[in-house]
Design a protein around this ligand. Structure first.
Ligand code: BGC
Length: 542
């Protein structure tokens, strides 16, 4: 039976190191997740996506996989994972795991063998290349984490490719043995009962076999200013030979055929560093590749009405039969309220801002990913240099402080040591401001972000137009983001006041406000509605 549960679904992202620590070692784990599943299911979300928990030397905190079939002891055991799946399914939650297919850890046995010499059985499993005559790397490709994307291996007297850390060598997907081996790992987790995969950095899966130089950007695109490590020369290249190669699309088709042998499984690809909406369209529109793509547009754009309207318009024009999933925060980007406050009109009431952003995220056409702590309105944590863990931040500090500020542990209770996350000192500190926003405290406060989030999610469930309806932008006052969602039974006008001032919107025709979503009602006067600062308004034709 294939349902389309993922259309308009809300996926809650769990970063397992920082969710809940059940065994007092300062790092979250799978049993910790199980302990908090009631909390997650009461949010009303459809699925959880768990960032990698596989055996790993943790240079990139799990995105460097050493063994795809084994849970890392820091997170527990494979049997804990089986219990987690059962417990999630009991609560009606789908379980999506993170499949990192483009690269492995350098500790993976495949790479350990491959790096030895030119003749071993896995000699061609990674992307190896000769140096140039002067000993320098084969071409100009750069790693997003800094420096050349090539690392010298003295044993083979060759370079290997890594788009991320040099301890994350890229697999050679032009080799059929690699395809078969990785699809075997995918099958292993399908058999274990996972409902789907978030495909990490899917556009990096394959590379140009001719290893051509990437051309420069001219001029350097201004949107990079919002990217992590914006001053990273990585962004000075057009990634034409290192991202979204034709072979990737073929492989995604094969992967889809594989998961179609199982009932109702789901594929969502992480799409970044490319034209995200058009690549999402290409990967999803025929129904033969991915179900959805997870795009970074809302993590890289300023939160102005003009910029958000632009991305919505582009999505409507380009996505067509495809599907995308929106996110405003994740484990790689500065938390959304902090980022949004770069715009002066969005400063002054962080709680109201957090609510507004969540309501907008859940009203766009597409799926939505909510990152742990976003439902609490957490801001980016300031992490001191000596506490930094993320190699990306250590490399580019202080211009870019890395990703630790969005990875600090969940605050569960302000009254318990370490916010109830652990009884031991956590791997990253929990900022004081986060303790004041702890789950237990917010649950008791009817005006909290958390209470609003839950009511909004349950209200949204009753309005199919907000889940699967079409979307049409509406011309509005300059501080109001406005669109209509149109379902088979309902047309809903959605207005979001992206400013800290009251905003007036004249109404095209006559509308009846909807309530029950958790936001204060707006004042209506004749043919205009007055939205309070950071206010929202949902209405149906009267
Ligand atoms: C993940 C990052 C990771 C990178 C390399 C991503 O896009 O989200 O956390 O560092 O892939 O695996």
């Amino acid at each position: 039976m294939k349902s389309e549960w993922w259309r308009g679904a809300i996926i809650y992202q769990i970063y397992p190191r920082s969710f809940c620590d059940s065994n007092a070692d300062g790092t979250g784990d799978l049993v910790g997740i199980i302990q908090k599943l009631d909390y997650v299911s009461q949010l009303g979300v459809d699925a959880i996506w768990i960032s990698p928990f596989f055996k790993s030397p943790m240079r990139d905190f799990g995105y460097d996989v050493g063994d795809y079939r084994m849970v890392d002891p820091i997170f527990g055991t494979n049997s804990d994972f089986n219990s987690l799946i059962l417990a999630a399914h009991d609560r009606g939650l789908k379980v999506i795991i993170d499949m990192v297919m483009g690269h492995t850890s350098d500790q993976h046995l495949w790479f350990q063998e491959s790096r030895q010499n030119l003749m071993n059985a896995k000699a061609d499993w990674y992307v190896w290349a000769e140096p140039k005559a002067d000993g320098t790397p084969p071409n100009n490709w750069l790693s997003i984490f800094g420096g050349s994307a090539w690392q010298w291996e003295a044993r083979r007297k060759q370079y290997y490719l890594h788009h991320y850390l040099r301890s994350q060598p890229n697999l050679n997907w032009h080799n059929q043995e690699v395809v078969d081996a990785m699809f075997g790992e995918v099958r292993f987790w399908l058999d274990a009962g996972v409902d789907g995969f978030r495909l990490d950095a899917i556009t990096t899966l394959t590379h140009d076999p001719e290893l051509r130089d990437n051309p420069p950007w001219n001029p350097n695109p201004s949107y990079t200013k919002l990217l992590p490590g914006a001053d990273n020369p990585f962004y000075w290249q057009q990634l034409v030979y290192t991202r979204d190669q034709a072979r990737t699309l073929e492989l995604l088709r094969e992967l889809r055929a594989l998961i179609n042998q199982y009932d109702d499984r789901y594929l969502i690809g992480e799409v970044a560093d490319v034209e995200m909406i058009s690549v999402s369209a290409k990967y999803t529109r025929t129904g033969e590749h991915l179900h959805s793509c997870y795009n970074f547009e809302l993590m890289q754009r300023p939160f102005t009405v003009a910029s958000l309207s632009e991305v919505i318009a582009k999505t409507e024009a380009v996505l067509l039969g495809g599907w995308t999933t929106w996110a405003m925060s994740n484990h790689d980007n500065q938390r959304v309220v902090t980022r949004a406050e770069r715009i002066s009109e969005l400063r002054g009431n962080r709680r109201a801002l957090a609510k507004l952003l969540l309501a907008a995220l859940l009203s766009f056409r597409g799926g939505a990913c909510v990152y742990q702590g976003e439902e609490l309105g957490l801001a980016e944590a300031e992490v001191a240099f000596e506490d930094l863990q993320d190699p990306f931040g250590i490399e580019f500090w202080p211009e870019f402080k890395g990703r630790d500020g969005c990875r600090t542990p969940m605050p569960w209770s302000s009254g318990l040591p370490y916010g109830g996350f652990s009884v031991a000192k956590p791997w990253l500190p929990i900022p004081l401001e986060h303790l004041a926003l702890a789950v237990e405290d917010q649950e008791k406060d009817p005006s909290s972000v958390l209470v609003m989030f839950k009511s909004f999610v349950s209200w949204r469930r009753q309005h199919a137009a907000l889940i699967t309806g079409d979307l049409a932008l509406v011309q509005a006052n300059e501080s109001i983001l406005a669109f209509e969602r149109r379902g088979e039974e309902e047309r809903i006008l959605c207005l979001f006041n992206l400013s800290n001032q009251e905003a007036r919107q004249s109404l095209p025709g006559s509308w009846r406000p909807l309530d029950g979503h958790g936001f204060a009602p707006a004042r209506i006067d004749q043919d205009a509605v007055f939205l309070p600062p950071f206010g929202v308004w949902f209405a149906v034709p009267a």
